[in-house]
Every structure is written in C-alpha cells, then in structure tokens.
Design a protein around this ligand. Structure first.
Ligand code: IPM
Ligand code: MG
Length: 360
C-alpha cells in the first residue's frame, strides 16, 4: 500500500518526537511491504519564523492532498516567546485551530489509559488506581466557544470582551454519532458531558444526544454535568468508557484525564473528519523547556502513528505491531525520564525510538 503522510514537526520537542515516529513507521513499511512518503509542512512558531503566519494556504493544500497528517506539537513558552507578542490570530495556536477548521476535523479522540506497567505513576490513591481505567474522550473540535465570534470593545470607558458559544443541531449530531459508533466497539457506554443546568447550548446538546441514542439501544447513555465529571475523573475514573463532550469541556477534561494516568507522554490522539482522513498528534504539548535535549518521550507520537494506520489506512495488524512494541519496551523496563521509576533503565528520545523500531 502507498501511504502519503503529511508531517508537521512543529515546535519545541515536536521535531524530535516526529523523527522517532517516522523511524518506527519506516520499519513497519519495510516489514509489511508498504511505501511511505512523508512530506513535511511548517506550522506554529516554525511557520511564523519563516512566513510570518502560523499556517500558510500552501501548507493546508499539502495537508489536504495527503492521506493523513502526523503532527508533533506546536507553540512555545507563552511568557517568554516572541510569538506571543503577535496579535492572537498570528500566534502558533491559531495555526492549529485553522488546520482543524480547514480540514473539517470535528471529532477529536483522546484515549486516557492507565498502563499496568506505569500504574505507579498514577497520582491517585492505590485503592482507586488498582481498578485500572481505559477511557476515550470524544471532544467536538470545530465548534463552540473556540470558533465563535469574539471581540473586545470599549463600553462607557470600560473594556469588555465577548466570546460566543454556538452549536447547531447538526454539529452535535455528527459528533454524537461518532461517539456512539466508537462506544459500540468498546464497552458500550457513553457519558455525555454538558452544563445543561445553565447553558442553552448544553440543553440542545443533551436533546440531540438523546435523539441519536435511540439508534444505539445496545449502548448505555448517561448525562453528567461538567463540574461533576471533573470530580468523578479523580474519584472513580474506572466508571468511564466514552466521554462525549463539546469543545472547551473536552479541552479541559482531556488534560485532567491525561494527568490522572500520570503518563501524559504516552497518550495519543486523533482528529477525524467525515471520511478516513485524520490528523494524529500526541496529547501533550511542545514542552519547550526540554526541547533539543533528546530526553522527550516519543511514545505518544508513535502511538498516534499507530492510530493513523488503524483509522485512516485500516492497517490493523501494523497498528497492533506498534502497540505491542510499546508494551514490549515497557516490559523490558526501558523508560524515558518522564515515566522513569526505580529499577528501570532510563533512555533518551532517539534511543527509545530505536528500541521501539527493534521490536517491530
Ligand atoms: C489542545 C490544545 C489546543 C486546544 C490549543 C493549543 C489551541 O490545548 O489541543 O488541547 O485548546 O484545542
Ligand atoms: Mg488542550
């Protein structure tokens, strides 16, 4: 099979971790007889430095022309980087929002799994972590507050900032369908998270999710308010299978869920549109403080590449080979510094890539 993959190394540790993911993918290609063509584009700060904007139309066209996009991470230190002196629409994050919207990537899948080998890293009490957990946050990614109209005006000598939160029935329905479809392949449970006791957009969310649920009688549905969900994630994370939620709630809850695993350097994500096309990226950020030191954990990016093989290319065997390689390296007690514990062997980013490649 011929795979045309657009890569976004991005900023901070992005280039290092994407390099290791390519290494692993090339080994997969060699072993299973595929042809992988990688085309790099600039996004975020890397693009600002060259083009003055976080994402050019040419870069979007290259991404659109490929089968899938594999991304590292974008952004810098918001306190010190000159990128954050630019107006908001020219900052690194604007590039990410633009590519999501341009490619219609409305469904964001963020798994949060407690790996048994890493359960010691889980910050929760042992009586809670002992149960293990394996949830998937399905976040709506191209609507809501992050894409509504916004402005700052002056009214009676006072500055006033306005952000608007809108959702159409259709935007809710298509993400709900994705949520129920994926729950069907997992443990058949959807927890839909909203703030229906206050927000109109949440009341519409709940109504549409209830309608969609009628087509999935095999999937159990519950509704949960977002503030309660934030508590439940630390109290009893094992109760969750698929968490279905809107853009901002999903942004916040997915960070919380990844922290609860204790190993954010292990968590992958996929952003999908209505076809097989997707953008795959680690759930963690660009970690500018450790960039260029060869100590970052490339596993989240490598696992994102596995998600890409599975969702975009239907290459289940190859995806499983990557996931098994990760387990094997963990079983042999190799760890990057973020997941290091006593008795294990600490390795750097490129060495971790080599170890994973050797297991394929
Ligand atoms: C994420 C990030 C982005 C988001 C930022 C960088 C715009 O936090 O992918 O979760 O909020 O979506
Ligand atoms: Mg976020």
């Amino acid at each position: 099979m011929k795979l045309n993959i657009c890569c976004i190394p991005g900023d901070g540790i992005g280039p290092e971790i994407v390099k290791e993911a390519k290494k692993v993918l090339n080994k997969v290609a060699e072993k299973y007889g595929h042809e992988m063509n990688f085309t790099d584009i600039l996004m975020g700060g890397a693009s600002i430095d060259v083009h003055g904007v976080p994402l050019t139309d040419e870069a979007i066209a290259t991404a659109k022309a490929s089968d899938a996009v594999l991304m590292g991470s974008i952004g810098g230190d918001t306190n010190t980087s000159p990128w954050y002196k630019l107006e908001p629409s020219l900052r690194p994050e604007a590039g990410l929002l633009k590519i999501r919207k341009s490619l219609n990537l409305f469904a964001n899948l963020r798994p949060a799994v407690l790996y048994p080998q890493l359960s010691g890293a889980c910050p929760l009490k042992e009586e809670i972590s002992a149960k293990g957990f394996d949830m998937l946050i399905m976040r709506e990614l191209t609507g809501g507050l992050y894409f509504g109209e916004r402005k700052t005006i002056e009214e009676n000598g006072m500055l006033k900032a306005i952000d608007t939160l809108t959702y159409t029935e259709e935007e809710i329905r298509r993400i709900a369908i994705k949520g129920f479809e994926i729950a069907r392949k997992r443990r058949q449970k959807v927890t839909s998270v909203d703030k229906a006791n206050v927000l109109d957009s949440s009341r519409l969310w709940r109504k549409v999710v209830n309608e969609v649920a009628k087509d999935y009688p095999d999937v159990a549905l519950e509704h949960m308010l977002v503030d309660n969900c934030a508590m439940q994630l630390v109290k009893d994370p094992a109760q969750f299978d698929v968490i279905l939620t809107e853009n901002m709630f999903g942004d916040i809850l997915s960070d919380e869920a990844s922290m609860v695993t204790g190993s954010i350097g292990m968590l992958s994500s996929a952003s999908l549109n209505d076809s097989k096309f997707g953008l795959y990226e680690p759930s963690h950020g660009s970690a500018p403080d450790i960039a260029g030191k060869d100590i970052a954990n490339p596993i989240a990016t490598v696992l994102s590449a596995a998600m890409m093989l599975r969702f975009t290319f239907d290459l289940d065997e190859e995806a499983t080979a990557i996931e098994k390689a990760v387990e094997a390296v963990l079983d042999k007690n190799y760890r990057t510094c973020d997941i290091m514990s006593a008795g294990c062997t600490q390795v750097g980013c490129s060495q971790m890539g080599d170890l994973l490649t050797a297991e394929i």
